[in-house]
Design a protein around this ligand. Sequence first.
Ligand code: HAM
Length: 425
Amino acid sequence: MAKKITVPRGTTDILPPEISLWQNIESTARKILDIYNYKEIRTPIFEEVGLFKRSLGQTTEVVNKQLLELASNKEEGFALRPEGTASIVRSYIENSIDRKESLTKFCYIGPMFRGERPQKGRLRQFHQIGAEVIGQDCGSPYIDAEVIALSVNLLKEFGLDNFKLKLNTLGSAQDREKFAAILREQLKPHRSKLSEDSQKRLDQNVFRILDSKDREDQKIIGQLEIGYDHLSTDSREYFGKVKGALDGLGVKYELSPGLVRGLDYYTHTVFEISDTSLGSQDALGAGGRYNSLVKDLGGAQVDAIGFALGIERILLALSDKKTLEQLTLNCYIIALDEVALEKGFELLNQLRAEGISADMSFKLSSMKSLMRSANKSQARYVLILGEEEIKGNVVTLKNFESGQQVQVNLSNIKELAETIKNKRV
Ligand code: HAM
């Protein structure tokens, strides 16, 4: 037998029975993003490797260990995008958007790629719903509050309510440096006890130690005194206003001084939303400010902030709750003889023309077996056409859920369509 080819590790097929859940999430997201006036942007799914190195940081896990690079004979080639922010900033600069608008609100929905070790909630191809606000007018604490509230409201609209919002500030780029120095100072005496990776991080990128999953590292991290001493008065005041605006909106948060995020571009406000039902991969989404990134990538000095939510994790968190209604087929037609089959095919297309989702069995079989097919289709109504119905120019309309059954005249398709649309039976 020929060797079977399987889906690549860490990726999945999204099969038709699940697709309505995805479409529901995506259409709800688009509706909410539209209400908030965020406009969609689509960038390529691969970019020059240098873009990710310069934005996410050379020493981050995502760049160092997880970039999925495309084979190339150039010294520095292309990689599948591990996230969306870097590409959007690249596009913002490349299209000189800063010269046209003082504030731009972007949103995106699409696949991202990271060569991680796959486990529940951690994939190599996963999907994000994201938003980014960029521009010279972006430096307002109300925008931080809007972006955070938007991510929380999206999750609520999807039907989730059991999540926690962790909030922190890293301060300005200078404050960040001070914070790094404070951490280094506190960690140095423990150098020999740190994991090999974290010993390297101590010199290269001390914030990454705070994300370490190593047990010994975590013990040491637990003893650190992490506060807000590194913050300038301005940064402190700014963060105060962000919290005030969130309080005003009634958005609940938990202050988390150790939250530094796994990517290097963040400054000031950072946040993460987690769901306790998810186990170790519990982050539903995360985001923060990145006020230096546009400039670091060759653009103007403009502020920016954004977030991304993971669709697979949202679906995992929803899977116990079943709050999203499955989109069901409206009608399934079954015909009991050749003449009825011909009439059924005509009816099928008339119903579809009326905007009613419909399908039918094209096979002639026993009533029992046809009803089994109708049942399997999960349609709300089964429409039965037999000898008697053809003679009377009617169709038997049966509501699967209630069992209620009526005969409807076929001379007025609009009337039949209204009955189905308004669920009169
Ligand atoms: P991130 O924290 O790396 O941030 O990812 C955001 C979300 O994407 C995570 O909270 C998680 O739900 C989902 N996610 C990440 N990796 C995986 C994976 N391997 N499998 C399944 N889901 C995953 C960013 O990507 C930033 N770009 C967010 C941002 C936008 N910050 C500012 N603007």
